[in-house]
Design a protein around this ligand. Structure first.
Ligand SMILES: C[S@@+](CC[C@H](N)C(=O)[O-])C[C@H]1O[C@@H](n2cnc3c(N)ncnc32)[C@H](O)[C@@H]1O
Length: 245
């Protein structure tokens, strides 16, 4: 594949993912989008539960498998290294689109808060979650996370620097601020339907499992510095989930 085509693929993947990510905010908040966590075709309860669990599992499997070094090594035997991350980003967008299209709302409400003040506070917590996610991507390297750094280096025929340990801002408080932000955004809602609950619980399980794999790779890659970091700093809640080994 020519360099310019790889660059085009990477840029397309980035913007496609960006749109699907913005849609995710509307999906979770039931605002401004045609289909959301509580709005869409209604199926029987068990059918909806099975479909939705399948969609969450698909997201988790795609994310977990494609992020592992062994998968990347196998993939880059036939797929250009420069757009390996872009393919991950593109397929994440595809899986999110499947989620939006096939998700089945499950009516019934676990909680529904009354009163403008409390509802505004909960929405503010959710908004801060999305803000933490967005800011944290820039703290850790937005352009590398979404494959743009890789295609830019490829275009200029430069190699990528090795991964180095960083601990900027939120990373001083928790090891995984992006996941902290997602957890706030997924759980902070004034109206918790059963469908929303299933999504939040499923994604929480994925995040906990995903962190185990991500940290194993980070320890392999960064060595003692990351091990010491995981002993000193909490996982997704400040002070909680420090490693003891
Ligand atoms: C999807 S990001 C999520 C980062 C982190 N789990 C979070 O929630 O903020 C995963 C990538 O971030 C990078 N990363 C995570 N923690 C890091 C750190 N402390 N220093 C440098 N890179 C890090 C690694 O390259 C890892 O593959």
């Amino acid at each position: 594949m020519a360099r310019s085509l790889r660059f085009l693929f990477g840029v397309t993947a980035y913007f496609f993912f960006f749109v699907t990510f913005v849609y995710l905010i509307g999906f979770m908040t039931n605002q401004l989008v045609p289909r959301s966590i509580n709005v869409g075709p209604i199926a029987g309860t068990w059918q909806a539960v099975l479909i939705n669990i399948g969609l969450i599992a698909l997201f988790g499997i795609q994310h977990s498998i494609m992020a592992r070094p062994a998968f990347k090594a196998a993939l880059t035997r036939f797929w250009p290294q420069a757009i390996e991350r872009s393919l991950y980003v593109m397929l994440t967008g595809v899986v999110l689109c499947l989620m939006y299209w096939f998700w089945r709302p499950i009516p019934g409400v676990l909680w529904s808060l009354e009163g403008d003040v409390i509802r505004t506070v909960i929405w503010a917590i959710a908004a801060s979650g999305w803000g933490i996610v967005f800011i944290s991507t820039f703290l850790i390297s937005h352009f590398e996370l979404f494959g743009l750094h890789q295609i830019w280096s490829d275009l200029r025929n430069r190699s990528l620097p090795a991964l180095t340990f960083r601990q900027p801002l939120f990373y001083k408080l928790v090891r995984h601020p992006i996941y902290t932000g997602f957890l706030l955004a997924f759980w902070a809602t004034p109206d918790m339907t059963y469908g929303h609950l299933l999504f939040a619980a499923g994604m929480t399980i994925y995040i906990i499992v995903g962190i185990r794999y991500e940290e194993r790779d980070l320890k392999d890659n960064l060595g003692e510095v990351y091990k010491e970091y995981s002993r000193q700093v909490g996982m997704v809640i400040p002070g909680l989930g420090k490693n003891r080994d």
